[in-house]
Design a protein around this ligand. Sequence first.
Ligand code: C6P
Length: 412
Amino acid sequence: MNDMSTLPYDVEAIRADFPILSELVRGKRLVYLDSAGSAQKPRQVIEAVDRVYGTEYANVHRGLHFMSEQTSARYEEAREKVRAFINAEHEHEVIFTKGTTEAINLVASAYGDANLGPGDEILVTHAEHHSNIVPWQLLRDRCGATLKVVPVDDDGSFKLSDFDEMITERTKIVAFCHVSNVLGTVLPVKEIARIAHERGGVVVIDGAQGVVHMPVDVQDLDVDFYVFSGHKLYGPSGIGVLYGKEALLEAMPPYQGGGGMINTVTFEKTTWADLPDKFEAGTPPIAQAIGLGAAIDYLKGIGMAAIAEHERGLLNHATQRLSAVEGLNFVGTAAGKASVVSFTMDCAHPHDISTIIDQNGVAVRAGHHCAQPLMDRFDLPSTARASLGLYNTNEDIDILAESLEKVREIFR
Ligand code: C6P
């Protein structure tokens, strides 16, 4: 992906682009630390979606009238923006889905059902989100394969040597997160793909928390599938991306049947449309895709490398400030982690932490983060999680730390 910005990082100017950040919560400044749950939207995205509905809306690829042609062009432009953003080789390797969850289910069904059988293995890590566990369990139960789990260490790090030991010639699918939504651990995707390919496995990367924090180049990583959600990438909800290598997508049967994905239909036989339409049955999320394109334009204007650097600074500050809070324990401290900070406190349950600091306008997520096996691994029912995004500041972190001190006072 080619970043366009050469300007210094101006977080106040960025914050001014996000209308919601000037909303007050219980009379206090909103300190939004739940971007891993869903990120806020800049006005450029909000206006792009508004423009679709206000000036150029019709169904796509179905009409020969002006509005349909306009909307279809904008929709396909969004696909090209996604292609460039992740450096896919071809536009038709970008399939629009509802989100990460649907994209993984698509691969598990369309690729998995056609290629896996009894005795084959699917490898996931212990740090996966339920979206990257349950679809593979469903596949396992349909086809008789085995689901194997690569461990994570006590500090949340992932050891390539563990993976290397567990992968076998029977491993057909390696389905790992790029970045853990709980631990912030960044997995060495390029090395994982190299090892998996040596053994004949196909690599599916859940990039929901990866693509938001760093530049992603799917050709350089050499992954077979890479999936992510628009709403975590400062774009609309209801839109996601499945990137897949052309040859794999070509060979896969459709995931869903319906309008738009066919070439010809008779009651006897249906033939499929070419990529990407074969995997986009029904009216797609049109305004959402165009909004995602606007989010990508916005991110390119800032630069993903610059965002990564800003977030590194935030993570350092958060690590330092929160370490000083008595009785606070970090969950996930792997080297090189992304700006996702999970923690517990010895004096209070994560739900109490979240409820109390919410009184100060501080939004964090508390719970199992849709990663129950990982909570079991750490023997925890839940954690509190502050996830830092491109618009956060050191002041946000200071307010979080002060609010946690109040939690300590209340529960001491
Ligand atoms: N994690 C979180 O608070 P969807 O819901 O399809 O957009 O994304 C699912 C998903 C898949 N993988 C990872 C690594 C994720 O973090 C998520 C979503 C949110 O952590 C909501 S549960």
